[in-house]
Each structure stands twice: as structure tokens, then as C-alpha cells.
Design a protein around this ligand. Structure first.
Ligand code: PLP
Length: 380
């Protein structure tokens, strides 16, 4: 049976040739990048070459990039950097964040750090006014972490307006503010320039771009302290012998997906797919949130949440799967736990929340995939 992949937001179909090439290249270096002999120096040189390649793709300085095991680790390095401060300074985040952020925020909270979880509007975005007021009022807020694109609903954060407003609010209280962004679902999909946006740091994941699983990047323009110490690798922010394959894999995936043309073409294709899906939904299926319209800039065209009138999402996933179509009942990280925290924070409760399923498209989604999806949804 032909399979149709509509779970790109969980993981992209791998760029097989690129990954095989990266693995072969990485295996050709036998040394440990921290060793002083020729083999070690050659491995280190390769690692730095991959860092420069990733930095070029992102238009950021290589010295500000840290290779990690994924965005989960990158998010957690940032949040746990607060632990290195003597004072328990406050963290602000939102109810829309990925579990890797929420889990670290919970640890900080239990350790005595004040944490504020911002409520969401019906599009799943934080309310800018509420956040501005909070930053002006609470002098102790040192860090704000927000995602650029929500991984379940596709909601796009309005960083262009939000960040200048936050900087202004922070100026008034004459204290520095670290603004971190989980950029996993925006990088390679929509135009995004973290430095121009005046962000301080961001996390990126390779496997959402066709690169290897277990590979990621942290960009931080500020010096950080980390609790993931060890042999001092990666500027002392995450100890452990460096993974040359992961570094090569993420550099290649970024290079491929961040070409200007590739973003523009991919975006237009995703908009066409979004239109074909949202414009042809059967009467039993509706878009979630209901405020989402066609070509709505508040949402990424790559991620669409849908709701079946009668069936729970789990049943929809199983029925579609049996007909060759892979969608998901929520994000991969929460689907096994039956939690719909983000949807509930958007005001949808109980049984209704359990009916929402996610369709996500990517680089190689075709019109035939879309036709198969729509005709199967029609038959449910
Ligand atoms: N942040 C978001 C928004 C995600 O969608 C994911 C992946 O599901 C992550 C973080 C975690 O990324 P990784 O799998 O690289 O740890």
C-alpha cells in the first residue's frame, strides 16, 4: 500500500542521501575532537567546519552556536542556565510550549523560581498586552521563553511586534531580559531571522528538516552557564565527546532547507496544500481553531489541526493509518500521554479536545498525497 506522510511536524522524512554522506564523512575521522594528536585535530577541524556551515545557513556567527542532542536539550540548557544565578530570578513562558520547555519550567518552579505561564488567545498565541504589563510590573523577570510556531495548531507568534514591546518594557525597569525562542517549527519553513528580531537565543532540531534524529543546535548571543558540564566541550555548555555525524547532519539539513529559493518554494507549495485541505473539508470535519481562515498569516500553512464531528482523534488516526495515511492525534511528545494541555489552554475542553487531530505537510508532500487524504477523510 502506498503510504502518505502527514506527520512532518513530528519528524520530516529523512534526506537519506545527505544523511548517508554525512555518516560516511563523520566516520572517516577516527580521532576525538579534544585530542591533541593529528587525528584529534582533524576531527576538531571537521567539527568547526560543520559549525561554520550551519552558521552560514542561519546567517549567525559560528562562535554563538552550540551543537546539542536536539531542541529538547537546547531548550533545557537555556532554562537551567537560570540555576547558575545566585538569586531566584523569574521565568515567563506560555501554556503553548513544548513539553521540553514546560518540564524544565516545572523543575525551576519546584526549586523555588517564580514561573508565570501566560494564557493563550483563541489562536493559541500569548496576549501581548498581558505580557508587556507583566514585564513592566515584575522587576525580577530575567527570562522569557516562547515558541515561534506552535507544534500542534501551527499558530505563529507575532515576534515582530512582541519583542520590541518587551524590550521597551524591560528598558523602563532598567534590567536585562533574556528572550529565548523555540524555533523548531519555523526554521526552514517560514522566513525567520533571530538576530534581526533581537532574540537572545533559539533552539533548532535537525530531524524536523530531514536531518538526523538526536541532533540539534542552540544559538545564544549571550554567555551562559550550564549544569550540563563535563569535559568542557561546546564552550562548557554540554559536556561529552562531540557527535560528528549529528553536527554534519544538522549543517547539511540547514543548508538544504534554508536556501532562499527553497523556503519561498516550500512556503508557496504548503499554502497551496493548505488551501486544498481547508477548502475541501467534508461536512464532518472542521478546522481548529475555528477562527483560522484560508491563507491566515497567524498560522503556519505546514501545520493544520482538524476536528471530526463524531470521532475521537485516536480513532481518526487509526482509521487513516489503515488506509495508508499517517496523521497524528496531537504532538508526538504528548500523544502517548493522552494530554491536550495546549488545546485546553485555548479554551477547548474534554471530549472536544480529544477530537482534534493534526495534519502536517513538508518538503515532499505531493498533490496525490493531498487527494488521498481528502478522499479518505470524506469516506470516514
Ligand atoms: N520544540 C518543538 C516546538 C518541537 O516540535 C519539538 C519536537 O517535537 C521539540 C521542541 C523537541 O525537539 P527534539 O526532538 O529535537 O528534541
Amino acid at each position: 500500500m502506498t503510504r502518505h506522510w502527514f506527520d512532518w511536524a513530528a519528524t520530516a522524512l529523512p534526506l537519506k542521501e545527505e544523511q548517508e554522506h554525512c555518516l560516511e564523512e563523520a566516520l572517516s575521522f577516527c580521532g576525538n575532537p579534544s585530542s591533541q594528536h593529528s587525528e584529534g585535530l582533524a576531527a576538531k577541524k571537521f567539527l568547526e567546519k560543520m559549525r561554520s556551515r550551519a552558521a552560514d545557513a542561519l546567517a549567525l556567527p559560528p562562535s554563538e552556536l552550540v551543537f546539542t542532542s536536539g531542541a529538547t536539550e537546547a531548550n533545557q540548557i537555556i532554562l537551567y542556565s537560570l540555576l547558575a544565578r545566585e538569586k531566584h530570578s523569574a521565568l515567563v513562558t506560555s501554556r503553548a510550549e513544548h513539553p521540553s520547555t514546560k518540564a524544565a519550567a516545572l523543575v525551576l518552579e519546584r526549586t523555588g523560581y517564580p514561573v508565570t505561564y501566560l494564557p493563550l488567545d483563541p489562536c493559541g498565541r500569548v496576549r501581548q498586552e498581558a505580557l508587556e504589563k507583566l514585564v513592566e510590573r515584575e522587576r525580577d523577570i530575567r527570562m522569557i521563553t516562547l515558541m515561534a510556531v506552535q507544534n500542534e495548531t501551527g499558530g505563529v507568534s507575532a515576534f515582530g511586534e512582541l519583542i520590541p514591546a518587551l524590550r521597551k518594557a524591560a528598558e523602563k525597569r532598567a534590567q536585562s531580559l533574556h528572550i529565548h525562542c523555540d524555533a523548531v517549527q519555523i526554521i526552514g519553513k517560514l522566513p525567520f531571522n533571530p538576530a534581526a528580531l533581537d532574540l537572545d537565543s533559539m533552539s533548532v532540531s535537525a530531524h524536523k528538516l530531514g536531518g538526523p534524529r538526536g541532533a540539534g543546535l542552540l544559538w545564544s548571543r549571550k554567555e551562559l552557564s550550564s549544569i550540563f558540564t563535563g569535559g568542557g566541550q561546546e564552550k562548557g555548555l554540554r559536556g561529552g565527546t562531540e557527535n560528528l555525524f549529528a553536527a554534519a547532519g544538522i549543517a547539511a539539513a540547514l543548508g538544504r532547507s534554508l536556501e532562499k529559493e527553497s523556503i519561498a518554494t516550500g512556503y508557496h507549495r504548503a499554502c497551496a496544500h493548505e488551501e486544498a485541505i481547508l477548502g475541501n473539508l467534508p461536512p464532518t470535519v472542521s478546522v481548529f481553531p475555528a477562527v483560522r481562515s484560508l491563507r491566515d498569516e497567524a498560522f503556519s500553512p505546514f501545520i493544520i489541526s482538524l476536528k471530526h464531528r463524531d470521532l475521537p482523534a485516536e480513532a481518526v488516526v487509526r482509521l487513516l493509518d489503515a488506509r495508508g495515511i499517517a496523521v497524528s492525534s496531537s504532538s508526538a511528545c504528548s500523544s502517548s500521554k493522552g494530554r491536550r494541555d495546549v488545546l485546553e489552554a485555548m479554551g477547548i475542553r474534554g471530549e472536544d479536545a480529544l477530537k482534534v487531530f493534526r495534519v502536517s505537510t513538508g518538503q515532499s508532500t505531493t498533490e496525490r498525497d493531498i487527494e488521498a487524504l481528502m478522499s479518505t477523510l470524506n469516506d470516514l
